[in-house]
Design a binder for this molecule. Structure first.
Ligand code: ADP
Ligand code: GLC
Length: 475
């Protein structure tokens, strides 16, 4: 079967978060199951080398205000269709935000165009390749089902939600420039409190809806998590599945990772200590023997890191250290930088985005803290498991589905892999950190938990089969 993915990010080419990792990994996991995936992706400047090597497969003399074309290229084991539309995508800086830090003013046109071209490919615009199904990811691709519906096409579509906080909501007058009929602006399609929502439109019109963990699938129907789309999710309940994300086991492998100081495995965990030393060195931390917690994250309210700021004194009182790598909210960046200068040697903070350092952090830390208020799946706890870095997580979304809390019963039964807490408050986090430090102080219990975490299956195998079954049923 031939599947077209439409998405705005794909690792290792262009990444702002976990969406990219997933788009870059699922096609490789589906290939051995007989599903051939091609990915339609905007040709941002980061893809200029791939674009130059590619072959034009579809000229588009006027795509929403400028000349464009689709270029096919195979790169890093992935089959890509690059949407080369310089007037929309050839700009420096962040792929979603202008230099002033707010959304590019023409984001509706940019990602509307991506969806429109996805629909054209689905309807046979290319010579020699037509997909049996389109999987649209997040709001940036959510108008694929709308364009197909408007054209009366029966090609099946799957709409995948990676994060419902981002919905692509614009004034209703975007419909005309996007070339969509006025009847898209109805309550059973894209109308959303007087405006037009890309994501709602996609959710209403797609054949099936998936999200990235079973718990988040349930949470989405709850007003506390649905962000105004809980009613839509309830309406589509029968067509909604949660399929938990996996990770790329080749890229995230402590035995072969070129970005870490010393390779190690569950059998020679002692070598993990060399990575801890390297990490303490890199963050200017004293070479203490207490537990080293890390954070690798976007700094936003979703991630709950304001709670960590609140409980930092208590974390330090346990003799623990913190290493944080992140970017995002300017106030939070400043607050963590201040904490680092107040507690030099115990708290290290690097503001920035650094893929290679994130590997060393997973290898060198004892635990990774993820106090998210909501988390559709989360990938850093999965990397943590694989690297024997114990995840300390909020009990929500994919965090709830992938970490087994070290309560007494789970420790007795020998199945604990991390620490979970609820409710997601500063007090909850404080207690979780205290529990983690207690466990760390029992070397045998801790090492057993690390080895168990490292053996937990976190690859794509099971979930790829779930996607394959879902796709097959629709074709
Ligand atoms: P989200 O997609 O909501 O940001 P995920 O946990 O699914 O959360 O994915 C985040 C991805 O981005 C992970 O691969 C993580 O390692 C990476 N990441 C986040 N912040 C940074 C950073 N500052 N430097 C390097 N990698 C980062
Ligand atoms: C989103 C979510 C994250 C998830 C990722 C990939 O960015 O915030 O939880 O892991 O998408 O699906």
């Amino acid at each position: 079967m031939n599947i077209l993915f439409v998405a705005s990010e794909c690792a290792p080419f262009i990444k702002t978060g976990g969406l990219a990792d997933v788009i870059g990994a699922v096609p490789k996991a589906l290939a051995p199951l007989g599903a051939k995936v091609r990915i339609l992706l905007p040709a941002y400047p980061a893809l200029s080398a791939e674009l130059a090597r590619g072959r034009e497969v579809l000229p588009l003399p006027d795509l929403l205000g400028g000349p464009a074309r689709v270029v096919a290229v195979t790169a890093r084991g992935l089959d890509l269709f690059l949407l080369d539309a310089p007037h929309l995508f050839d700009r420096a800086g962040n792929i979603y935000l202008g230099p002033d830090g707010t959304d590019w003013p023409d984001n509706a046109l940019r990602f509307g165009a991506l969806s429109q071209v996805g629909a054209q490919i689905a309807m046979g615009a290319l010579d020699g390749w037509v997909p049996d199904l389109v999987n649209a990811h997040d709001w940036q691709a959510a108008l694929v089902p709308a364009y197909l519906h408007a054209a009366g096409s029966a090609v099946p579509t799957v709409m995948t939600i990676h994060n419902i906080a981002f919905q692509g909501v614009f004034d209703a007058d975007v419909l005309a420039p996007l070339g969509l009929p006025a009847d898209m602006f109805t309550v059973d399609k894209g109308e959303y409190y007087g405006r037009f929502s890309f994501l709602k439109c996609g959710l209403m019109l797609a054949s099936k809806v998936t999200t990235v963990s079973p718990t988040y699938a349930r949470e989405l129907m709850d007003p506390g998590f649905g962000m105004g789309l809980d009613g839509v999710m309830q309406a589509r309940r029968a067509d909604l599945t949660g399929i938990v994300n996996g990770i790329d086991l080749d890229v995230w492998n402590p035995e072969t990772d070129p970005a870490i100081a010393a390779p190690y495995s569950a059998r020679n965990l002692r070598k993990k200590a060399q990575n801890k030393s390297a990490l303490q060195d890199r963050f200017g931390l004293t070479p203490d023997a207490g537990p080293l917690f890390c954070v690798i994250s976007r700094l936003t309210t979703q991630k709950g890191l304001d709670l960590l700021l609140e409980v930092l004194p208590s974390l330090l009182a346990h003799g623990a250290q913190l290493a944080l790598l992140g970017t995002g909210d300017k106030g939070m960046e400043q607050a963590f930088a201040d904490a680092a200068s107040r507690h030099a040697g115990q708290v290290g903070v690097i503001i920035g985005y650094d893929e290679s350092l994130s590997h060393l952090m997973q290898a060198g830390s004892d635990a990774i803290v993820i106090p998210s208020r909501f988390e559709p799946c989360g990938l850093t706890q999965l990397y943590g498991l694989r690297y024997g870095t114990i995840p300390v997580v909020a009990r929500t979304g994919g965090l709830a589905d992938t970490v087994i809390d070290a309560n007494l019963a789970a420790l007795d039964a020998g199945c604990a892999t991390g620490v979970q807490f609820a409710p997601v408050t500063a007090m909850g986090l404080e207690q979780a950190i205290a529990r983690t430090c207690d466990l760390f102080a029992q070397p045998k219990v801790w090492a057993a938990m690390q080895r168990r975490a490292m053996r937990q299956s976190v690859g794509w195998e099971t979930s790829a089969r779930a996607y394959q079954t879902l796709f097959q049923a629709l074709i």
